[in-house]
Design a protein around this ligand. Sequence first.
Ligand code: PLP
Length: 375
Amino acid sequence: MTDFKKLVPAHMQKLASYKPGKHLRQAEMESGVRCIKMASNENPFGPSPLAVEAMKAATGDVNFYPDNGVMELTARLAEIHEIDPTQILITAGSTTLLDILARTLLGPGLNAVTSKLSFIVYPIVTQAAGARLIEVPTLDDGYDLEGILAAVDGNTRLVYLANPNNPTGTVVDAGAIDRFLDRLPAHVITVLDEAYCDFASYFAAERGFDYSHALDYVRAERPVVVLRTFSKAHGLAGLRVGYGIGPAELMGYFARMKPAFMVSALGEAAALAALADADHLQKSVENNARGAKLLTPAIAEMGIRVVPTWANFIFCHVGEEARSLCQHLQENGVIVRPMTGPWGAPDAFRVSIGTPEQNEQFLGALKRARIPELK
Ligand SMILES: Cc1ncc(COP(=O)(O)O)c(C=O)c1O
């Protein structure tokens, strides 16, 4: 008999797999009620109608392999972001690019640095590459950049900064990132993960805040990779399209690590169409800002500590009863994300901002939940 354990490296045996938000059908089967999903920060309005049309039009060609270089979408993104196409790499969602980054730059004896209470894919990709992830304690529910600088050592190759951060929804302003990058040694590459940039930019304009000029670092040839995705504001999470923007030489190494034909033809067609649908994007970010304004005080009034959000979700510190509260919400037809396990906050849950109707349904279910403050 083959002893598989002996074949799999020790660091892989310890690896925990990614646990996504509960799927709608699974929750409905468990609870026996119709559910709405407010657990994975997806666009509650669905994809852009233009993207749906573009996918329909592209279906007749799916007997062909897609364009491995994703050239049309790359060219369009280069135009939009005013950078060279060689500085862009499109992958099946930005999580796969995180994996490529880690496999290219990390290995045994090396490390990456991030914050505690940040995106749960960072530990997975780092450990899968055989490296160590240093997680610096949070400051005011977000990133402690001084702490991160202090944790960087000669073996650090990557720093992951989710801006806004998932799950806490906090943001770091552009000036703070400028100063941080100036102090970082040259052997460290900063991953500026801007999956929620469309929501943050909208909030920043409303709140008079200097959010980000991440692409300027790339234009200035700094050791920075900016990650973006079509999964959030563009509403294409199910298609898997994301991308990175960084120094051309580095992106070239990542491109070699990318499995062939990673981005599907339907994904490319839909992403191109989504980029052309400014109305859908605007509707999504405006609805999100209105939802945040409604939900934040309404949740807080129920005795729950809420972190003000810059993204399309809200982090809620409930206390000990977080798990039972999430269960209660599901029984009342609302799936939220408990922050248990690798998220590291068993006393909290994260709720994605929905349509106005979904937000009301969530608030109603939350009110009905038996939390001590309401008894
Ligand atoms: C911080 C952050 N980065 C990246 C992603 C990845 O998105 P995708 O792989 O769907 O592009 C997410 C998704 O939840 C996220 O929260």
